[in-house]
Write a protein that binds this ligand. Structure first.
Ligand code: AMP
Length: 424
């Protein structure tokens, strides 16, 4: 048997059911805030990510799935969605003199070391807002993510960490100061940080190595480099979060791994998943549109990792999620299958219940066994007599009560989830 590629998981029931519940909840939150969905390609020119995410980031340096097209163009499976989203809106003229609030959902690919919560194909729901420079949109994005956690019943298990990186010149000045401070102590840095000293020095702040952290204790501090305007933006944002009742921790070491962030950056983190505790990350990226060839356009966004959100959801809500079907349709006359399929179709349409049609014949006992096994609340029994009379038999599988009804009466019972006059 050919097996799946390492780090590329199959998401099967019941996990897939949990994914659907989460995705639906998040979509509803985003729809309610009038964000529009976009669908973007999985493959883009490699250059888009090199320029957008940054040549010196881990993602571009060593984590992309890059391939040559048949005409020798270098393509990469998208490692994240923001660069593609900017490309798509820009290319279609949707960024010029307009504001846009959009979201997308789908798989991303990074060649990382797989472990629980970290995969080579993982799923993100990304949310981006363009053309809005104020801290109000940062606050809206954070409020929307907080609402998602509340809807999913995991709000008590996540915390918000937030920081400001300042505008690009402040970030550059800090980068230089940090490199100047760390270079004479290079030998004491952990291996990753030594490499990052020349490629992506801000990421050294993220290092978990004790010796590195000890060195950093005396290092120049980012907040001292951040420009006054950025401080004011941040202070205003924190004031809005206070007013909204959104708790946060200001973590001055939070920098995020992608190059494009400026001003606000944030992560929603849980302590319930071990090492891979970041469920969602985002921030402001005012320079990205220009960097990708567009006009300067303020922008901010975040991405929720669905895999990790589902893991946390499972820790908090251990139930396996509603499985199987709500209604099981038994066909007791094998010559009438098409007519019974028609009944099942009409029940699906009219009730929105999950209606599973029995397949493969067999006697009533066998079919009822299947109905019980799939956890259905109702069985619909259709034999020759019922079809001739234009009726069907509806049986409540929990209390055993059954009635012979017209299709419309049965639909009403299924929708009400009880027989008329019954206590359910
Ligand atoms: P990023 O695009 O790195 O800002 O990540 C945003 C979110 O995507 C993270 O908080 C994770 O939930 C999720 N994520 C990123 N990389 C992975 C991965 N390799 N496996 C699973 N989830 C990931």
């Amino acid at each position: 048997m050919v097996q799946a590629i390492r780090g590329m998981r199959d998401v099967l029931p019941p996990e897939a059911r949990r994914w659907r519940v989460i995705e639906e909840a998040v979509r509803e939150v985003l729809h309610s805030a009038a964000y529009e969905e976009v669908h973007l390609p999985l493959l883009e020119f490699t250059e888009l990510f090199a320029r957008g995410v940054g040549e010196a980031t881990d993602i571009v340096e060593k984590e992309m799935y890059t391939l040559l097209d048949r005409d020798d163009a270098s393509l990469s499976l998208r490692p994240e969605g923001t660069a593609s989203c900017v490309r798509a809106l820009q290319e279609n003229g949707l960024l010029y003199n307009q504001t846009q609030r959009v979201f997308y959902s789908g798989p991303m690919f990074r060649y990382e070391k797989p472990q629980r919560g970290r995969y080579r194909q993982f799923h993100q729901i990304g949310v981006e807002a363009f053309g809005l420079a104020g801290p109000d949109i940062d606050a809206e994005l954070l409020a929307l993510s907080a609402t998602c956690w509340r809807r999913l019943g995991i709000a008590a298990n996540v915390r918000l960490e937030i920081n400001t990186l300042g505008a690009a010149p402040a970030r550059r000045a800090y980068r230089e100061a940090l490199v100047a401070y760390l270079t004479p102590h290079q030998g004491k840095l952990d291996e990753d940080s030594q490499r990052r000293l020349t490629t992506n020095p801000l990421r050294i702040l993220d290092s978990k190595a004790e010796a590195t952290q000890a060195l950093l204790a005396e290092a120049p501090r980012l907040p001292e480099f951040v420009d006054a305007e950025s401080h004011a933006h941040f202070a205003e944002l924190l004031g809005m979060l206070d007013a909204l009742g959104i708790h946060y921790v200001h973590n001055p070491n939070l920098v995020r791994g992608l190059d494009y962030y400026t001003h606000t950056v944030f992560e929603w983190i849980t302590d319930d998943l071990g090492a891979q505790g970041t469920l969602c990350g985002g921030g402001r990226y005012d320079g990205l549109v220009e960097r990708l060839g567009g006009k300067p356009t303020p922008a901010a966004g975040f991405a929720i990792g669905l895999d990790r959100t589902a893991l946390l959801h499972e820790v908090v809500h251990q139930d396996p999620m509603a499985a199987g079907a709500d209604v099981y349709v038994c066909s007791l006359d094998s010559t009438q299958t098409a007519a019974v399929l028609g009944i099942a179709e009409r029940l699906r349409e009219a009730t929105e219940a999950r209606v599973r049609m029995h397949m493969g014949g067999g006697n009533l006992k066998k079919q009822m066994k299947r109905a019980d096994a799939c956890g259905a609340t109702w069985a619909v029994l259709v034999g020759r007599d019922e079809l001739d009379a234009g009726m069907l038999t509806l049986k409540h599988l929990v209390n055993g009560e059954q009635q012979t009804l017209s299709e419309n009466e049965a639909i009403a019972c299924i929708v009400a989830n009880q027989f008329p006059g019954s206590s359910g």
